[in-house]
Design a protein. Structure first.
Length: 397
């Protein structure tokens, strides 16, 4: 028993010695300074979005110098002490507080705020008030108001200038849906006010807020093809993710014009109950293709000269070819900035992401026998979030 007690005392004593050494050498005090100053600055100066950079002992000051960077990567340094329990921020704070008040004072925020907060807007907010407030409005009669406000907002986002825009669009029944989109501190903040939609369920009649990292999304205004009506929608607004991500539709109503540049439109029908991967046409069924054609999480129809049919029927009856589909997708991606097209570094697989679907043409290098190399060339049409990694895992492993 005595030996056990001696062992415990020895371990505790050793631990205390280690702690004392770490404390005297400044390792523990630096961690205390980092935690305490981070909590203090984030609580009292939240809009600066400060991030810790480093901390060093400054013998000339008799304190530590701790450095943070703000949302614009500007560095801010402060003295913090005392030496062995540094929790008091000192020199550097006065000028920092002055700068913060100047930049983020409530009065300045009110001066810069373009619109009254959605929460404070009356439920009888009418059309004439919306026009007077310079909202970007798209009516069900296909009339657009204040397109210049949208152009200005997009330009400010491009130049990283904080701004906001209020978008008004209407339900089929004529109820206004208000969306505030704000760009600030490298974020998109989107508030959607659905309280005036009398046809929505009661739990859906509310204001919702979402935030998006502006480094991962781009704001898009463009011409969005509507494959169901064979019309082209103008002045749509979206946040479109870079790479394999998703697109958030902000405004999809607008002026419409008949399209005449193509004889066919793909219509993808997402179906959560369908087989995840379904073969549309096998290479064994035709001598035209040396690969299989699949749908992913839905079914695929095609409208050719106004006639709707399944993609399988169209391919079998030579109404359309895969080459024509890919040629059009490639052209669409070049002329329409709402359609994202790119190539994977896996042998040359290409993909085209539309609002409602994605086309993925595989060209995956596959190990053959000996030094031979073979390729997987299957075609997939599926949901916009379809990812080639999932396809490989499910079909080719």
């Amino acid at each position: 028993m005595k030996n056990k007690r001696r062992s415990i005392v020895a371990v505790v004593s050793f631990a205390l010695v280690i702690i004392v050494v770490l404390w005297i050498n400044g390792i523990i005090p630096k961690q205390i300074a980092k935690v305490s100053s981070t909590v203090y600055l984030k609580r009292n100066f939240p809009k600066m979005q400060l991030e810790y950079v480093n901390i060093e002992w400054a013998s000339s000051f008799g304190d530590y110098i701790i450095t943070f960077k703000d949302e614009n990567n500007k560095l801010h340094s402060f003295c913090i002490g005392p030496k062995y329990f540094p929790i008091n921020l000192g020199q550097g704070m006065f000028g920092f507080e002055e700068e913060y008040r100047e930049k983020y004072s409530e009065q300045k925020e009110r001066e810069n705020q373009k619109y009254v907060e959605l929460e404070n807007m009356p439920l009888d907010y009418n059309f004439s008030q919306m026009v007077e407030d310079k909202c970007y409005i798209v009516t069900n009669s296909n009339t657009v108001y204040h397109i210049e406000e949208l152009d200005k907002f997009i330009e400010n986002v491009k130049n990283k200038v904080p701004d906001e825009i209020r978008i008004v669009q209407y339900t089929i029944e004529g109820q206004p849906i208000l969306t505030n989109l704000e760009y600030i501190n490298n974020k998109f903040i989107m508030k959607v006010d659905n309280r005036r939609d009398g046809y929505a369920s009661e739990e859906d009649r509310k204001i919702t807020t979402e935030e998006y990292d502006a480094t991962e999304y781009e704001l898009v205004k463009g011409n969005t093809p509507n494959v169901i009506t064979n019309l082209k929608t103008y002045y749509s607004v979206e946040l479109k993710g870079k790479g394999i991500r998703h697109t958030i539709s902000i405004c999809s109503y607008a002026e419409i014009k008949q399209t005449t540049d193509s004889k066919f439109k793909i219509q993808f029908n997402a179906d959560s109950k369908a087989e995840e991967i379904t073969k549309i046409l096998g290479k064994e069924e035709t001598d035209k293709y040396d690969y299989d054609i699949y749908s992913y999480k839905g079914t695929v129809d095609i409208v050719i000269d106004g006639e709707k049919m399944s993609l399988r029927e169209a391919l079998i009856n030579n109404k359309i070819t895969v080459d024509e589909i890919l040629e059009k997708a490639n052209k669409d991606a070049k002329v329409d900035n709402t359609i994202f097209g790119d190539v994977y570094l896996d042998g040359g697989s290409s993909f085209y992401i539309y609002n409602d679907y994605q086309i993925l043409k595989c060209n995956i290098i596959s190990a053959g026998i000996g030094n031979d190399v073979s390729y997987i060339k299957d075609l997939y049409i599926g949901v916009p979030s379809m990812y080639i990694g999932d396809i490989k895992a499910k079909n080719y492993n």
